[in-house]
Design a protein around this ligand. Sequence first.
Ligand code: GDP
Length: 439
Amino acid sequence: MCTKALVQLHIGQAGVQMANACWELYCLEHGITSHGCSYCNDSNDFCTFFEAGRGSKVVPRTVLVDTEPTVIDEIRGGAYRFLFSPDTMITGKTDAASNFAKGYYLLGNEMIDITMDTIRKVVEKAPSLQGFLLFHSIGGGTGSGFGTKVLEYLDRDYGKRTKMEFVVFPSPKISPLIVEPYNAILATHSSMEYVDCSILMDNEACYEVCDTQLHVEYPTYTNLNRIIAQVVATITTPLRFEGAVNIGFSELQTNLVPYPRIHFPLATYAPLLSMKRSGYENSTTHQLTFQCFEPANQLVKCNPASGKYMSCVLLYRGDVTPLDINNAIQDIKSKKSILFVDWSPTGFKTGLNYQPPACVPGGDLAPSHRAVCMLSNSTSIRRAFSRIVYKFDNIMSKRGFVHHFVGAGLEEGVLTEARDDICALVSDYKEIEQDESEE
Ligand code: GDP
């Protein structure tokens, strides 16, 4: 019997496109075909993410929602069309026009009942639900507005269950949408109390990984999403496979979130080894651990050296021994450049699972015997928030585009309230960073 089920929700274009990459990888890791047939009958490791169907058929515990049909229609007609249950793919007729308010109020009100009803049916088939993973971007309208609405309703209906989100956050320089700062600030503010842990990723950081480490000439969203999927797969390895030192879902949160609002860990992954170098490199556990502290291996643009760590959770997988991990962590602790806040001087937690990472055929990441994903709560993340507040203030100084949001049902005061809340979050991080002596 499965005692660790998780339900994954993919909302909006980015959220649903991340589903393609994530479920492709989960299928490979669990020996499941694109039609949902399991060819590893001797284990029930799959049951965290998949529900057993008839015969060898398994069905993802997931719900995909978009306010318009294009992206989900691609799945409906694509290679994985028989994997997902058609009942769990929900589409509306119009997009949210890159507008949080349209996604939250107009389309949100129309689509929330069917979405929650579908989630309830998936949850009913998940015998011992641990919680939810939500995938969305918060720069557009659906992922930000409707994503927030879903989080609010999940809190109402499943308050005690852990809710973790993987968020495509606006990048520092690349910005495909002008109103991204409004959407991102409104979404972060409105969902702050409903989510337990938010892992931010930005496309600029992911493009850089593709460019400088994986040597992908013209990266597309598929390339970015496959990197994100590897990170998600490593974070969730302990939830799916028996391991030497397993870190459960709530344990992860306990170690990463010292205060409810300070719930935005940085994600770093190693090895980021390109196919071109496969066969030439076989990084040691020690090297991988050190790579986790390199900004080049991060999925969000901010420099950890500009802040301090509160805690680091390192999730190792593959050919790794506890002794190797201990030695690497001892060496990291002695490095003067890696700073911890003075009230949590050695905040390391490690997990170890012998299941090696899977390699996607035709993907950019080379196969490796071992890998590690670090989730670290670092005060440097405040720079990602102050950057977005700065951009928000620029547009807001001329009250640009405000009428679109007000026209879709947002009270204008909510924009300033949300902005002030994110400024308060930045100050919270600053305060945490300050040593008692500095105060
Ligand atoms: P929504 O459907 O209204 O939520 O809008 P999107 O999901 O398209 O949100 C826009 C933001 O998401 C922009 O910053 C895009 O660059 C980013 N984005 C869109 N699709 C993808 C994707 O498949 N992967 C990633 N990583 N980012 C995406």
